[in-house]
Design a protein around this ligand. Structure first.
Ligand SMILES: *[C@@H]1O[C@H](CO)[C@@H](O)[C@H](O)[C@H]1NC(C)=O
Ligand SMILES: *[C@@H]1O[C@H](CO)[C@@H](O)[C@H](O)[C@H]1NC(C)=O
Length: 494
């Protein structure tokens, strides 16, 4: 279709005006001396060239994108919060940002976010990290930060970590560095050997300014299995916060269940149905777990919510949320307990059968492999080493000819998940706040239970109470960390 020329010219003019006014506005809004952006020197030509190159060579092994400036973005800045220490949250995950906002709100500290997704693709290589050091990016970042908290994807911080072992001491990052693992430490790293050697160096000669935390217990044992040694991790669970509720005061988050209402959001209806969040991925190569709902004739009997469903205050209206874990640990799990949402999960046995026998729900397949391997390692490191030598852990899953219908009959195969305690969805400490089903018949029975009778564990009330304790423990650990880093007096003043 062709549009009249005059309209497109007008549209161009409007876009130009918008861009120009945004630019002018940003100049007015940010006086140069207060700008959060630290420009690096002598880079413009190189940078343009780099960008041009990356357009042409689309599959270049180079992971770096734009590192011409260190862009620190204030996150929900408050004038009455302290801006010292200067905290940089090195993170590209929205849920982690929300969690850090919860932590910093309680400490009354402002923080800036630096999004690694703008700097690098996943799986940063050694040379890329070294480039960031040589180019002065790491020096500028560290000079602008008293504290750097690295969240979510550790390999994104390879440059920072590499600087810590640089023979040239002047190149080492002097900021206090807190690693906050919410994911495997080696997420999408190709040359694992190189990377693991760096990790081992950091463990054996621990830099004084480096602190390790993880939000779930799997990360530490997995690290130890891959690297051989692990640093002293502090378990630092997320606060289970959600942005919907306003932060009225330092007491923190409005607790949905204990107050019986949703902060300023209208009191919801009770909906006598279980709900599930739709799998909206387009990839149709792998059959999805939804197929089972069709086969058991319950597809239309659960409410299917879109990916952006509105958070726990919406889920709370329903009898419960059915979830098929797709990761070892997800922030939503804690958030839902904290807000009193009853969660309904397949038992580890059924989950294993769905993933490995029926070959549905491929998302969890690799994680079952890693969980099983780690469980062997925890129980018997020698046996693990021997199996590794034999290549037992290298088997590749074949998905192409998944025996879909034949597999369904095998959903009752016995299986003992030795890894249950490594995975928060199935850990004993969370069991009182979660519902499990071991077959689809059992799920059907649960669906028939009316709203009032459903929550026999009283998750709606006890979940938030339990989580308040976890939240308190996490805040105590954060305060302890700031103390050790030398900012204790500052926090006490408040
Ligand atoms: C370090 O930061 C200070 C301001 O905090 C600035 O004056 C100085 O130029 C920076 N140095 C480098 C090497 O970036
Ligand atoms: C959590 O900390 C708050 C504030 O210090 C306190 O009032 C509350 O009793 C604590 N709750 C639990 C369950 O420890």
């Amino acid at each position: 279709m062709r549009r009249p020329k005059r309209i497109s010219a007008a549209a161009l003019a409007i876009i130009f005006l918008l861009l120009a006014s945004r630019y002018l506005f940003s100049l007015l809004a940010t006086p140069p001396d207060q700008s959060q952006t630290s420009k690096l020197n002598n880079n413009n030509k190189n940078e343009n060239k780099r960008k041009a190159d990356s357009r042409i060579v689309r599959h270049s092994p180079d992971k770096l994108l734009d590192y011409s400036s260190v862009d620190l973005i204030p996150w929900k800045h408050k004038d009455d919060f302290a801006s010292f220490p200067r905290i940089t949250y090195f993170n590209g995950h929205r849920g982690c940002n929300e969690n850090m906002h919860g932590v910093m709100t309680r400490l009354k500290l402002n923080f800036n976010v630096l999004n690694p997704r703008k700097i690098t693709r996943y799986g940063m290589r050694h040379v890329d990290g070294q480039t960031l050091i040589n180019f002065g990016y790491i020096a500028t970042l560290c000079n602008a930060s008293d504290v750097i908290i690295i969240a979510d994807t550790l390999p994104d911080a390879r440059g920072i970590l590499l600087s810590l072992v640089d023979p040239d001491e002047s190149k080492r990052c002097k900021s206090n560095i807190v690693v906050e693992l919410t994911n495997r430490f080696n997420w999408i790293v190709d040359a694992q050997k190189d990377y693991n050697e760096l990790m081992l160096q950091l463990v054996e000669n621990p830099p004084e300014n480096l602190y390790w935390t993880a939000n779930n217990p799997f990360e530490e044992v997995y690290f130890k299995m891959r690297v051989g040694k692990a640093p002293p991790f502090k378990l630092l669970r997320s606060l289970g916060v959600w942005d919907v509720d306003p932060f009225d005061n330092s007491a923190g988050i409005t607790s949905v269940a204990s107050k019986g209402k949703f902060g300023r959001v209208k009191i919801p209806d009770q909906i006598n149905s279980l709900t599930i969040i739709r799998d909206e991925t387009r990839n149709n190569q792998h059959p999805k777990v939804e197929l089972l709902f069709r086969l058991y004739g319950i597809y239309d009997k659960v409410v299917r919510l879109p990916k952006h469903y509105g958070g726990p205050s919406i889920l709370y209206r329903y009898k419960g949320l059915i979830e098929f874990p797709y990761q070892v640990s997800v922030m939503k799990f804690y958030e839902n307990i904290a807000h009193g949402v009853p969660q309904v999960l397949p038992t580890p046995r059924l989950l294993h059968a769905i993933v490995k026998d029926a070959k549905l729900h491929h998302y969890f397949s690799g994680w079952i492999d890693k969980l099983e391997e780690t469980a062997i390692y925890v129980a018997n490191p020698e046996k693990h080493a021997a199996m590794q030598m034999k290549g037992d852990f290298l088997k590749k899953e074949v998905w192409e000819d998944a025996p879909r219908l034949r597999g369904i009959k095998r959903l009752d195969k016995p299986y003992r998940a030795a890894w249950a305690e490594l995975c928060d969805f199935y850990r004993k400490e969370f069991e009182p706040f979660v519902y499990y089903f071991d077959s689809f018949d059992e799920l059907k029975q649960m669906m028939a239970v009316p709203f009032e009778a459903f929550d026999y564990k009283n998750v709606r009330k006890k979940g938030p109470q339990f989580y308040e304790q976890i939240r308190n423990e996490s805040m105590a650990t954060w305060k302890d960390l700031f103390n050790v880093m030398g900012y204790g007096k500052l926090l006490d003043k408040k």
